[in-house]
Design a protein around this ligand. Structure first.
Ligand SMILES: [Zn+2]
Length: 481
């Protein structure tokens, strides 16, 4: 388990800043060229090839601007970026569950799972050399545009490209530049060990050094077996004992959202006014010069990005705090709904899509990290209908939930909506039928059948219609949505 540590630099003089930016610029250009080449399907096999093959590839597309060590790191960095691009697509489109829907044969499934790990072979499916229409569409539809470098902000340096020393109680890092024998000494705030690869980051004008260090995974005794968490928007989590963790979350989200809409309103106002004025300028050159000036001076992105970084940091703090509260109880399993499916659960309708996305991103990163470090295991369950199912009798109905309250229409159990959801999440983890990879549709069928069993009624007619739809769709080789 690795943890990133951020080290801030003291202010640098102009000459040093120029030299560092020059290095970062060359690094970004080189990495971008590597990315373009690595994205070609004929080169996907390089991602998993031996060091020697990678090096030959790196030399072939080298700009010959970077010192050799840094060029190597640049290539590895680019490969890592490509692999993450594919792996994220895999997760986002849940390839594994797609295989489960596609074929019943265990043998074929295993064949696909193996193929998913071999990038060179996957590339052959994409290029048409290996024909598999189903897989081709799965891969093509899940991939976004290949990554490119548009911000020259991060440069990876290996151990031979920098030196650390302490003078007068202050810590310094001296970094190689593009010029022979010319190094830049960066004074740092604080003093902690720096070793291995480091990341030189230009954080909107301020330089930072990021280091990665190993964190020990503790093997402490567990005090309780399971904690199930419902991720909410008023607080970070509610557990099955109706305890709420991270109570400031709602207030923070509301504040972020308010600033966002206010800023957006102001920006669009500036834009319309500028367009009106531009309409009165007759000379075309003058007009475009005016619009350009407005874009640069009044519609710049810098402040917006800084605000985003700050609010994300504030959210991370609240989420961390909530996770610490949970982990203090030393549970063996921490059970949450599958975060990749967690969307549209916002109770606050004003909450923008963007904020929901951030929250998911931060939570995912944080939860994964913290929970492994604490010696607990993070377990995911399918999220479909967790808010509508009764944790006591299992009866599922939309009407069971009304805002923050839960009241079962069948057995009358009363609970908070989040507390009930947390209990259902815990039940899901031990459910013999409902599995993580199942579609919402499959889960609905199971829950409909259970409803019928509990109430003794005939299953909903919609269920049979759905069955017909599904068998029809399977014939056509498609999955119903
Ligand atoms: Zn009930």
């Amino acid at each position: 388990m690795m943890r990133t540590r951020r080290r801030l630099s003291r202010p640098l003089n102009k000459r040093k800043a120029i030299l560092l930016r020059e290095l970062m610029e060359a690094y970004a250009k080189q990495k971008d060229s590597y990315l373009v080449e690595l994205a070609k399907t004929a080169n996907w096999y390089i991602w998993q090839s031996s060091w020697k093959v990678k090096r030959a590839f790196g030399r072939k597309f080298s700009h010959h601007t970077l010192p050799v060590h840094i060029e190597n790191e640049c290539l590895f960095d680019a490969i890592y970026t490509m692999i993450s691009w594919l792996e994220i697509a895999k997760k986002r489109s849940s390839w594994k569950s797609q295989v489960f829907k596609h074929t019943q044969s265990e043998e074929v499934r295993i064949k696909y799972f193996k193929l998913f790990k071999q990038y060179g072979k996957l590339a052959k499916v994409l290029s048409g050399e290996h024909r598999d229409a189903w897989l081709f569409h799965l891969v093509v539809n899940s991939l976004k545009r290949p990554p490119r470098i548009n911000q020259r902000r991060i440069t990876v340096l290996d151990g031979q490209s920098y030196r650390v020393f302490v003078e007068g109680g202050k810590q310094y890092v001296s970094v190689t530049t593009l010029h022979h024998r010319q190094r830049v000494v960066i004074p740092l705030l604080g003093n902690t060990e720096i070793r291995g690869n480091i990341w030189l980051v230009d954080n909107y004008g301020r330089f930072e050094i990021h280091t990665a260090s190993k964190v020990k995974v503790s093997r402490t005794k567990h005090l309780i077996k399971d904690i199930a968490l419902d991720a909410g928007t008023t607080e970070v989590f509610t557990d099955q004992y109706n305890q709420r963790h991270g109570k400031d979350f709602g207030r923070l989200l509301a504040k972020v959202e308010e600033v966002y809409t206010e800023k957006g309103r102001r920006r669009s106002k500036i834009r319309t006014t500028a367009e009106k004025i531009a309409g009165t300028i007759e000379d075309e050159k003058d007009r475009s010069a005016y619009l350009k000036k407005v874009r640069r001076n009044n519609l710049g992105k810098k402040k917006q990005i800084q605000f985003r970084i700050r609010s994300q940091a504030a959210m991370a703090t609240v989420i961390n705090h909530a996770l610490n509260q949970v982990l203090d109880q030393r549970p063996e399993n921490v059970i949450m709904e599958d975060l990749s499916q967690m969307s549209g659960r916002a109770k606050n309708k004003k909450l923008s899509r963007r904020v929901t996305l951030w929250m998911r991103g931060t939570l995912h990163k944080r939860a994964d990290f913290k929970i492994t470090v604490g010696g607990s295991r993070l377990q995911a369950v399918a999220s479909a209908y967790t808010s509508q199912e009764c944790s006591h009798c299992g009866f599922t109905a939309k009407k069971n939930r009304k805002g923050d309250r839960f009241r079962c229409k069948l057995c009358g159990t009363v609970d908070t909506a989040d507390g009930n959801a947390a209990k259902v999440i815990l039940k899901r983890f031990y459910d013999p039928e409902i599995k993580l990879w199942m579609s919402k549709f499959q889960i609905k069928r199971i829950l409909d059948r259970r409803n019928a069993e509990i109430t003794g009624a005939v299953p909903d007619a919609g269920c049979e219609v759905n069955e017909l739809v599904q068998s029809f769709a399977t014939v056509n080789g498609q999955t119903p949505t």
